[in-house]
Design a protein around this ligand. Structure first.
Ligand SMILES: [Zn+2]
Length: 364
């Protein structure tokens, strides 16, 4: 999707709300966008704030600033994104001399252009980042940026993608968030409210993105992202009203993971030797920690009560509160082990054994 603007994004009400904030008045210069799909809205909103002659609160798309912000990076559009240890390739290091923040930004530009609905998980797995977080040095950089004047646009905007990953580091931002200087804005982007410091919440204008209907998602995917309805339907209903999640599910490794997780529920009621054989075949396809993590997450979401009508009988029975609680706790244990590099095959064996115990307890 090129030339992303507020009026082209699927949440019409949210776009209208943001356009009104572009034309003002505003109570604060700090905004917090919350929702699975919030990232492209933050960018489109920033473009509208920077545009030289906005049309009804949206970016005009044709002024010199709009032409530049179309390419994601602009000196007055500062991105802060979660990162971790990123290894530069030989070319990046030797030919392009990239390291630190410049390296992250180049990777970010590519990733965001490819998918403006990027999720933390996909960014982390594409860049092979473990322990994704926003380094405090980046928050200091954000403060420095907000305190210095814009270079060429009429305003300056800082987008912090991953406000729910700032942790207590967010405390150093409080004074800046409270009152950014005139014509400088901060847009915080988060998936959910729960992991954001109350002090950050109280300083921001909060915009929530409610889930979209399945039809809205399908229409948007085919009109703006050239994804055929047939392809999109294969994962529809699982995207929890989010374009980001639906796109993520359409990726190949996630499809494998979903397939294995779904098959598990069919194989679980069978006698031990059957699923032991299945486990061997299934784990042959899995050699990485990240795919195993995807499988584990799928196992959990496939018994989520909101999806249980899509699933098999065991899934429906296990989506009752008590077994669901037990399975959630097993899944958390397993994700914890995977974060500590326990062998994926052994972990999957362990997981399936534990799930079988729960299954026998509640279903038979
Ligand atoms: Zn413009």
């Amino acid at each position: 999707m090129k030339d992303i603007r507020l009026s082209r994004l699927p949440h019409e009400e949210v776009s209208e709300q943001l356009k009104k904030l572009v034309t003002g008045p505003r109570d604060s210069g700090t905004f917090l966008l919350i929702g699975e799909d919030a990232l492209p809205y933050a960018y489109a909103f920033a473009r509208a704030l920077l545009c030289e002659s906005p049309i009804d609160g949206d970016a005009c798309g044709s002024c010199p600033t709009c032409k530049k912000t179309r390419n994601i990076l602009h000196p007055d559009l500062v991105w802060i994104v979660p990162s971790g240890k990123i290894e530069a390739s030989k070319r990046e290091k030797e030919q392009e001399g990239l390291e630190g923040r410049a390296l992250v930004m180049q990777r970010w530009e590519k990733a965001f252009k490819k998918n403006p609905f990027l999720r933390y998980e996909d960014w982390a797995s594409e860049q092979k980042i473990r322990n994704l977080h926003i380094p405090v040095s980046e928050l200091r950089f954000a403060i420095e940026q907000i305190m210095t004047r814009q270079y060429e646009a009429r305003r300056k905007v800082i987008i912090i993608w991953g406000a729910d990953m700032m942790g207590t580091g967010g405390n150093i931002m409080l004074k800046t968030l409270e009152e950014p200087p005139k014509d400088r804005f901060i847009i915080l982007v988060a998936r959910n409210k729960s992991s954001i410091l109350p002090t950050v919440l109280s300083r921001s204008i909060i915009i929530n993105l409610p889930p979209l209907s399945e039809e809205q998602i399908l229409t948007f995917l085919s009109a703006q992202l050239n994804i055929s309805p047939e392809e999109a339907v294969s994962v529809s209903g699982w995207g929890k009203g989010s374009v980001s999640l639906t796109l993520s599910l359409l990726q190949e490794n996630n499809r494998v993971a979903k397939g294995i997780a779904m098959e598990l529920w069919n194989i679980l009621p069978q006698k031990d030797p059957e699923w032991l054989r299945w486990i061997e075949t299934a784990t042959e396809e899995v050699d990485s920690i990240s795919t195993t993590k995807e499988i584990v997450k799928w196992i959990l979401s496939s018994i989520d009560p909101q999806f249980s009508h899509l699933g098999s009988k065991p899934q429906q029975l296990l989506s009752q509160p008590q077994p669901l609680r037990e399975i959630t706790s097993i899944v958390e244990d397993v994700l914890y082990s995977l974060d500590r590099n326990v062998n994926p095959k052994l972990t999957l064996h362990y997981l399936i054994n534990r799930l079988y115990e729960v299954y026998k307890k509640y279903v038979n």
